[in-house]
Design a protein around this ligand. Structure first.
Ligand code: AGP
Length: 606
């Protein structure tokens, strides 16, 4: 998943393109590049690594030109090299940037090489540049050329092309991967999302799948894949705070961990109606009619669904299936009792989750999108939207969006249970009151950094770690392990505590760190005896627990406690010290906390 940008009509555009790429760096940071046309010549600058390197290149050799395109890369095909960095230029005449995967690129490349085209990279994307050269050589005009190119390629794509053949316009197209067209005053812009354009214009057109556009300074001409003119509404997107700074914190992740009390309070406010009642933001009759929910998500969002299943099934008595989005999309699901699909995504752009939601819709389900980005594709395509109000999350490792998702899901479960008559008004209000107390409780856990630092120092020496939890804390153990993996590159695995004795306990040897999540809930005693089994085999127990639960465990090597809380809310509160442990371990190891290797914030390829 990469970020693409473009501009036509803007005075000297390279500075502006670089600025837009900075707003998209969360999408990939393996390499980057910008190309412009000036004095009827193509000028290219590319650099491996962070955008900072491209910035240095441009300072050393600035680019002139009022038309240009740019790219920040997350490598899918071809190693991280300058040759594989975008933009790709073919025949010195056509340049392209691309986000997505051209699945039949191998066949196309072979055909073009047989026809005499020479390739300079190992990427799938480069075929696009050569296909446009071929089309222009055949005398096709820009729209006809686009029709020919789209007819030949398969896969997910958002791309932009510029050419010396037609130096005053861009050709852009999308299929599944996101693309926004920004309408300015005598200029037009393109970006992988509206965030990239927020400092230039808020008037945006979102192309539909298989649409393409010929973009000139005075506006775009939009067509469907077969060249039929199409009209696409422009929308005014929500104002974006633009480039977010770290607010004095060392890392965005550290800042976002500290922003959780606000993220939870704002998300709770979004789930409270004008009478101060919890709401699911939908008609109560429709809510009461929900008789089965399929939850679709990836990564951390997937673990949020697994925690929410405990709440929805126990409070509302509605069956819930938690599906890994990338698997669900290619399954023939027996939809049976499931009337509703709830797609959960921080970015609202994860392609696995988007395609799974489309699949569920095609199977006749009503779709709900629970997202943190209001203008995202999932929000635009879902039948209903549940918003988290965590604010922009820049750190690749999700923290405040996760606890905001849990807040919204607990509100949803409570409103659903009330609509179904499983919870009376008083009980629903009791849960509401407990959620209202959460920002304060989470605020208290933010004081744990100094206590956890020495524990993290030891954890940083480990080669692998186990995370254990039982009940709703089992998926939190999975999330805790994911955080440690993606941030510190230490191999970590989460298990249901009760499952250990069926095999994984064989992994335990002297000194192996075992992070144990414990709450004073109905499975505490069972969970505690599972921990004792791990300790008995030499596991070094790092206990993350409510104060009253910690009192039950006298054999832990390190103890991190949070204030006592209703078992319903324990997963939300215990998530914070698990985040802090992973963060401080990564800081100890000196890894790139906000942009871990091989990752990106929004995954727009399958
Ligand atoms: C979490 O820390 C990771 N960044 C990743 O697992 C993420 O949760 C996943 O890619 C899903 O992203 P989404 O919520 O934006 O769809």
């Amino acid at each position: 998943m990469c970020g693409i940008v473009g501009a036509v009509g803007h005075q000297q555009c390279s500075e502006m393109l670089l600025d837009s790429l900075k707003r998209l760096e969360y999408r990939g940071y393996d390499s980057s590049g910008i190309v412009t046309i000036h004095n009827n010549a193509i000028a290219l600058r590319r650099a491996v690594g962070k955008l900072f390197n491209l910035d240095q290149e441009l300072r050393a050799a600035p680019l002139a030109g009022e038309i240009g395109i740019g790219h920040t890369r997350w490598a899918t095909h071809g190693g991280v090299t300058t040759e594989n960095a975008h933009p790709h230029v073919a025949a010195g005449r056509v340049a392209i940037v691309h986000n997505g995967i051209i699945e039949n690129h191998g066949m196309i490349r072979q055909r073009l090489q047989d026809a005499g085209h020479s390739f300079s990279s190992d990427t799938d994307s480069e075929v696009l540049a050569h296909l446009f050269v071929e089309a222009f050589d055949a005398g096709l005009d820009p729209a006809a050329a686009a029709v020919k190119v789209l007819a030949e390629i398969d896969g997910a794509y958002a791309f932009a092309a510029l050419s010396l053949d037609h130096p005053d316009l861009l050709i852009v197209a999308r299929n599944a991967s996101p693309l926004a067209l920004g309408i300015g005053d005598g200029a037009c812009y393109i970006g992988s999302d509206a965030i990239a354009l927020s400092h230039l214009t808020r008037r945006v057109i979102y192309l539909k799948d298989k649409d393409f556009a010929v973009v000139q300074p005075d506006g775009p001409q939009i067509f469907t894949a077969d060249g039929t003119p199409a009209n696409r509404e422009s929308v005014i997107v929500s104002a974006n705070p633009g480039l977010v700074d770290k607010g004095g914190y060392r890392h965005f992740m550290e800042k976002e961990i500290h922003e959780q009390p606000d993220a939870i309070a704002h998300s709770l406010a979004a789930m409270t109606d004008s009478d101060g009642r919890l709401t699911a933001q939908m008609d109560e009759t429709k809510l009461a009619a929900i008789n089965g929910i399929v939850m679709l998500a990836a990564g951390t969002s997937h673990y949020a669904t697994q925690i929410a299943r405990y709440w929805i099934e126990s409070l509302a008595g509605v069956p819930v299936a938690c599906e890994v989005a990338s698997e669900y999309h290619y399954r023939q699901p027996a939809t049976g009792p499931f009337s509703t699909a709830l797609a959960i995504s921080q970015s609202g752009e994860s392609l696995d989750t988007l395609m799974a939601m489309r699949h569920a819709a095609a199977c006749g389900m009503t779709t709900i999108g629970l997202v943190n980005v209001p203008d995202s594709t999932i929000a635009r395509e879902a039948d209903a939207v549940l918003p988290t109000r965590a604010g922009p999350e820049i750190g690749v490792a999700s923290t405040k969006a996760f606890t905001a998702q849990l807040t919204v899901l607990l509100c949803f479960a409570t409103a659903l249970a009330r609509a179904k008559g499983r919870l009376d008004e008083a009980s629903a209000n009791r849960i509401h009151k407990q959620i209202q107390a959460l920002p304060g409780l989470v605020g208290k856990t933010l004081g744990l950094f100094d206590h956890i630092r020495p524990i993290a120092h030891q954890m940083a020496q480990a080669k692998s770690t186990l995370y254990l939890g039982r009940g709703a804390l089992y998926p939190l153990a999975l999330e805790g392990a994911l955080k440690l993996k993606e941030l510190s590159y230490i191999h970590a695995e989460g298990f249901a505590s009760g499952e250990m004795k069926h095999g994984p306990i064989a992994l335990i040897e002297d000194g192996l760190p075992v992070v144990a999540l414990l709450a004073a809930d109905h499975v505490m005693t069972k969970a505690s005896s599972n921990l004792r089994e791990a300790s008995a085999r030499g596991g070094r127990i790092i206990l993350i627990a409510e104060e009253r639960a910690a009192a039950e465990v006298d054999y832990a090597d390190a103890v991190i406690t949070v204030p006592d809380v209703d078992p319903l809310l324990a997963p939300l509160l215990l998530a914070v010290p698990a985040q802090i442990l992973a963060y401080l371990t990564a800081v100890e190891k000196g890894t790139d906390v906000d942009q871990p290797r091989n990752l990106a914030k929004s995954v727009t390829v399958e």
